[in-house]
Design a protein around this ligand. Structure first.
Ligand SMILES: Nc1ncnc2c1ncn2[C@@H]1O[C@H](COP(=O)(O)OP(=O)(O)OP(=O)(O)O)[C@@H](O)[C@H]1O
Ligand SMILES: [Mg+2]
Length: 267
């Protein structure tokens, strides 16, 4: 028997504090003693109160920001601690990051936006272009390839930014409340799109949300973060089998129990 595979991402006793503002606040710990790990192919959802440090956590995983203490290890490689100059943002395209704003380039069309990361990486060829076109069709953006971001709806922009991250095939994708500002109907549609796309490739996803229902509907496992300084207040394996029917998931017998126990932990 082989030893258990190492987790793809390991966070141990992580701490983060920002410098205090001159003459005012002492540096406060935003995250302290935070530990969890993520396995390859896992869909982890993270839920926590506003200001609990969720975005800060994703920024540290993506090496956009530096941790103050503890350890973040991705594919067995530790991230630098305390030294921002040693960071490697995005880990050379190994970590895809869908931020809360869609960050599409306004002067590029949908297709140009989606192809942009491939172009930057010098990986734009017939095969990757065909893959991009397949993804565009898969999320219902066919016919909008030549539209500019201002000509798309909010939901369409979210779809474009999602596939822009999927197209260059990073082993891990971080998503920071990507569907937060959307109306309920569009949101469900995008959740379905995401699960369908995830099912095709089974990437590792770390998905931050405010919405308990969304955390349950999408995740294999949900972490609940405490108020700042954030640590893990609870962990829930989502037992609802896949493929899941997002629209009917509230009717699943496990949904209510999971919802109640997560809600009790999200203060
Ligand atoms: N660059 C920074 N400098 C100083 N403080 C910061 C900085 N970035 C975040 N913070 C503080 O860290 C705390 C956590 O912020 P963060 O954005 O990570 O929270 P969050 O959980 O993502 O909140 P939300 O759910 O509202 O998005 C907040 O108190 C915030 O003011
Ligand atoms: Mg945030």
């Amino acid at each position: 028997m082989t030893a258990a595979a190492e987790p793809l991402l390991e966070v141990r006793d992580l701490g983060k504090r920002f410098a205090g503002r001159a003459g005012r606040d002492a540096p406060a710990w935003v995250i302290q003693g935070l530990s969890f790990s993520v396995n390859e192919g896992e869909f982890l959802t993270i839920i926590g109160p506003s200001g609990s440090g969720k975005t800060t956590l994703l920024n540290m995983i993506a090496q956009i920001d530096v941790a103050s203490s503890g350890m973040v290890r991705f594919q067995s490689q530790p991230a630098p601690i305390g030294d921002p100059k040693a960071l490697n943002p995005g880990l050379t395209c190994k970590i895809g990051y869908v931020t809360q704003e869609d960050n599409l380039l306004p002067w590029r069309t949908t297709l140009q936006n989606v192809l942009f990361p491939l172009k930057v990486q010098g990986r734009l060829n017939d095969e990757t272009r065909a893959h991009a076109e397949t993804l565009i069709k898969a999320v219902g953006l066919a016919g909008f390839e030549k539209h500019y971001p201002h000509e798309l709806s909010g939901g369409m922009r979210k779809r474009a930014s999602l596939i822009r991250t999927l197209v260059y095939d990073p082993p891990v994708i971080l998503m920071d409340e990507p569907f937060g500002p959307l109306d309920a109907q569009t949101r469900v549609q995008l959740q379905e799109d995401l699960l369908r796309l995830w099912n095709l490739g089974r990437k590792t996803i770390i998905f931050v949300t405010h919405d308990i229902g969304e955390a349950i509907a999408l995740g294999d496992r949900t972490l609940v973060l405490s108020r700042a300084p954030a640590r893990v207040a609870g962990e829930h394996v989502i037992t609802i089998p896949r493929p899941r029917d997002i629209r009917g998931i509230m009717g699943h017998p496990d949904f209510g129990t999971l919802y109640q126990s997560i809600r009790a932990q999200v203060q």
